[in-house]
Structure formats: structure tokens, C-alpha cells
Design a protein around this ligand. Structure first.
Ligand code: C2E
Ligand code: CA
Ligand code: CA
Ligand code: CA
Length: 274
């Protein structure tokens, strides 16, 4: 299958169904949405596995369009990547996350970064500037990248990741275990954190090899000096399993769904924070 990338020509005709009609509506609406402030972040807590103390949040983009309704990031992020809006959207996420970090003392704020953002040579400098303007210490920001950052321009991506480390932000490898050559990337770049994909966590407690895989990832990460996050923890069985395997952090609906900043602040008050 062809990977959707920059400059891919997409032709819509009457023969195409409802799904592609919606796709083209989304692409048209993106520009307006960016101009009219329709995008904002929700935040999902990350907790220390053993104590369930909140130690950070992941910022997740939300789009509420007046007529299209709620469009999922799965739909609009790839549309933004195709249409050349992802840098603008990514910058917006960074700024809003930095603002949020000021209101969330002691918590790390993680932002998802598209591979296309990392292809921009000045991305590390832009991150540094956003943090400086917001007055947020770089170590309060974590950037989550997926293995696909390495597909187009691995050397450039690795150079930028090193520059980001020098800026002082933390770097996490997202959806770990779902890419093609995860281990090669671990050799090429020292991530601070590995986020174990929720497909593995989901299968814990079932009769599957997921347990052996998660156990192996945690051991390897520990040996390489990286922290681990279990993504998509939804029940107590999964929590118990990842605790037993000494995974460092948990994130998922069991702790909380993503929520707007105001609700997060209310949720946090009265909870133990690091
Ligand atoms: P991701 O980075 O892997 O983010 C985690 C996704 O899993 C989020 O979906 C979150 O709501 C969902 N999730 C969290 N806990 C659970 C759970 O216990 N069970 C299940 N089933 N799901 C859980 P969301 O918000 O729909 O985001 C989907 C993807 O869109 C993200 O996956 C990320 O790749 C992308 N994305 C979201 N915001 C941004 C952004 O600002 N920039 C970029 N480049 N990508 C973003
Ligand atoms: Ca993520
Ligand atoms: Ca993930
Ligand atoms: Ca993902």
C-alpha cells in the first residue's frame, strides 16, 4: 500500500463514497478551523504505576467543527499532513501545551509530533523559542514521536532528535512495538521513554504472547536506561500485570480519559501529585 505523504495527488469524483466525501470536507475545513480557533488540547494523566501518583499528562488535539461535528485526530491529523497544515497545527499544540505546563506545576506535559514536523530543520529551534516565550523549563516538555519519523529521512530525524535533547526536552518513542524495526531505532537514538503500544496492553490477561512481549520490552528499556509507559490501561487486571512487570508509568481510561484543562485541574486537586 502506498503511504499517504506530501504531494500525493488525490482526485475525488462522484464514484467515491461517503468516506472520501467526508475526507475532502475535512481538508477544506482545516484551514478555516485553524483561523477560527476550533482546535484545542485535551489532557490525559500519566501516573506512576506503583503509587498512581500523577506525574504528567499527554496533550491530545481535539477539533470541534460547527457542521462536521467532532472529527477524530485519526482523521484530521493525516488530513493536515496531506494538506500541508501539520506544521501550523503542531505549533499550535506546542504553544497551548506550554501554556498548560505553566498551570500544571510539577507535571511533565507531552506533545505528539508528526514526522513531517521533525523533517523541518528549524524544528528544535522553534520548540526552544516556544518554551522560552512561555517561560517553561524545557525538561517540563516531552515530545512523543513514532517510529515512522525514521522512514523518510532517518539521518535528519536523528540529528533533530539530538538537537532537541540539547534544548533539554524529553523525547519518547510512541506506540513502541508496532513499527518495522524498533530495535534499530533504539540503537540510533537514546529515547528517554518507551511507550508500549496499547495493542499489547489490551491483550494482557488473555491467552496470548503479549505478556512475554511487554515483559521483554520493560527489561530491555531498563537495561538501556529508559523509562516505560504502558498505554491504554483499561482495567485492574492490566494494571496489576504491568505493575508486576515493573513498568514505570501507566496511562489509560482506568486512570482517566483525556479532558479539557479546567476539568484536569479539578481532577488533580485533592490527588497526590509528585
Ligand atoms: P496516541 O499518541 O497513541 O494517543 C493515545 C490515544 O489513545 C488517544 O487517542 C487516547 O485518547 C487513546 N487512549 C488513551 N487511553 C486509552 C485507553 O485506555 N483505551 C483506548 N482504547 N484508547 C485510549 P486520540 O486522542 O483519538 O488520538 C489518536 C492519535 O492521534 C494519537 O495516538 C496521536 O497519534 C494522534 N494525535 C493526537 N493529537 C495529536 C497532535 O496534537 N499532534 C499529532 N501529530 N498527533 C496527534
Ligand atoms: Ca502519543
Ligand atoms: Ca501511543
Ligand atoms: Ca498512535
Amino acid at each position: 500500500a502506498k503511504r499517504a505523504g506530501r504531494g500525493r495527488a488525490v482526485v475525488y469524483g462522484p464514484a467515491l463514497g461517503e468516506a472520501s466525501r467526508r475526507m475532502s470536507q475535512i481538508e477544506v475545513a482545516l484551514r478555516d478551523g485553524l483561523r477560527n480557533g476550533q482546535f484545542h488540547l485535551h489532557f490525559q494523566p500519566k501516573a506512576e504505576a506503583l503509587t498512581l501518583r500523577t506525574i504528567g499528562v499527554e496533550a491530545l488535539m481535539r477539533w470541534n467543527h460547527p457542521s462536521l461535528g467532532t472529527v477524530s485526530p485519526g482523521e484530521f491529523i493525516s488530513a493536515a499532513e496531506r494538506c500541508g497544515f501539520i506544521n501550523e497545527l503542531g505549533e499550535l499544540a506546542l504553544r497551548e501545551a506550554a501554556r498548560a505546563a505553566r498551570e500544571l506545576p510539577n507535571l511533565t506535559v507531552a506533545v505528539n509530533v508528526s514526522p513531517l514536523q521533525l523533517m523541518e530543520a528549524d524544528f528544535p529551534e522553534r520548540v526552544r523559542r516556544v518554551l522560552a516565550e512561555a517561560g517553561v523549563p524545557p525538561e517540563r516538555l516531552e515530545l512523543e514521536v513514532t517510529e515512522s519519523v525514521m522512514l523518510d529521512d532517518a539521518r535528519g530525524a536523528i540529528r533533530r532528535l539530538h538537537a532537541l535533547r540539547e534544548v533539554g526536552v524529553r523525547v519518547a518513542l510512541d506506540d513502541f512495538g508496532t513499527g518495522y524495526s524498533s530495535l534499530a531505532y533504539l540503537r540510533a537514538f537514546p529515547f528517554h521513554t518507551l511507550k508500549i503500544d496499547r495493542s499489547f496492553i489490551h491483550s494482557l490477561g488473555e491467552q496470548s504472547n503479549a505478556h512475554a512481549i511487554v515483559d521483554t520490552i520493560v527489561h530491555m528499556a531498563r537495561a538501556l536506561g529508559m523509562r516505560t509507559v504502558a498505554e491504554g490501561v483499561e482495567d485492574d487486571i492490566q494494571l496489576a500485570a504491568v505493575r508486576k512487570m515493573r513498568c514505570d508509568e501507566v496511562q489509560g481510561y482506568l486512570i482517566s480519559r483525556p479532558m479539557p484543562l479546567d476539568r484536569l485541574k479539578a481532577w488533580l486537586s485533592g490527588r497526590p501529585v509528585q
